[in-house]
Design a protein around this ligand. Structure first.
Ligand code: AMP
Length: 188
């Protein structure tokens, strides 16, 4: 299974990606996690990414695309993967199609976790207290939600056009959402 997971910040993508990937026996690849690990490790990539992440902006496409290309070329992604947080805009979606074509594979599904904006804002503010992520402050959350609406939400139409879109209700109990996701991908 090769799939991308879409949904607004705070929709539970990270948690659900890990669970679903485990179930599918493929790696969950989170671009946000890779960036955060690089920031923590003080790498060149981390230095490039940090200034954008701290304001809620997207890291430039050329940096992000190159990182994803490298990751997808690793052995553990050969039999499948679940991408969490990528693509984030139409240019990245087109680039992903190119990467997969170069690897002679294609996507099986684009899974959108849908969530109410007020609910996700509350969740993110709660997460800020628990995890202490420095991009979970109110102005940065607002910026991330704006970018989602302007740049990422249009991807649902892109994947619908490729007949890959599956929408799953992300509201309610975490286990219920996981069960819905598993049911949705079973049909793919
Ligand atoms: P996330 O953990 O997915 O919420 O991502 C945290 C931050 O990492 C985002 O607000 C962006 O600054 C950056 N980021 C993650 N994925 C991408 C991407 N596909 N393109 C650009 N920036 C990204």
């Amino acid at each position: 299974m090769r799939a991308v997971l879409l949904g607004p910040p705070g929709a539970g993508k990270g948690t659900q990606a890990a669970r679903l990937a485990d179930r599918l026996g493929v790696p969950a690849i989170s671009t946000g996690d890779i960036f955060r690990a690089n920031v923590k490790g003080g790498t060149e990539l981390g230095r490039k990414a940090q200034e954008y992440m701290s304001t809620g902006a997207l890291v430039p496409d050329e940096v992000t695309n190159a990182m994803v290309r490298d990751r997808l070329e690793q052995d553990d992604a050969a039999a499948g993967f679940l991408l969490d947080g990528y693509p984030r805009n139409p240019e990245q979606a087109v680039e992903l199609d190119t990467m997969l074509a170069d690897l002679a594979v294609s996507l099986d599904a684009a899974i959108e976790i849908t969530a109410d904006v007020d609910e996700v804002t509350t969740r993110l503010l709660k997460r800020a207290q628990i995890e202490g992520r420095d991009d979970d402050t109110e102005p940065v959350i607002r910026k991330r939600l704006e970018i989602y609406a302007a740049s990422t939400a249009p991807l649902t139409a892109y994947y619908q056009g490729q007949s890959l879109l599956v929408q799953v209700d992300g509201m309610g109990d975490v286990d219920d959402v996981t069960a819905r996701l598993i049911a949705a991908v079973d049909g793919k």
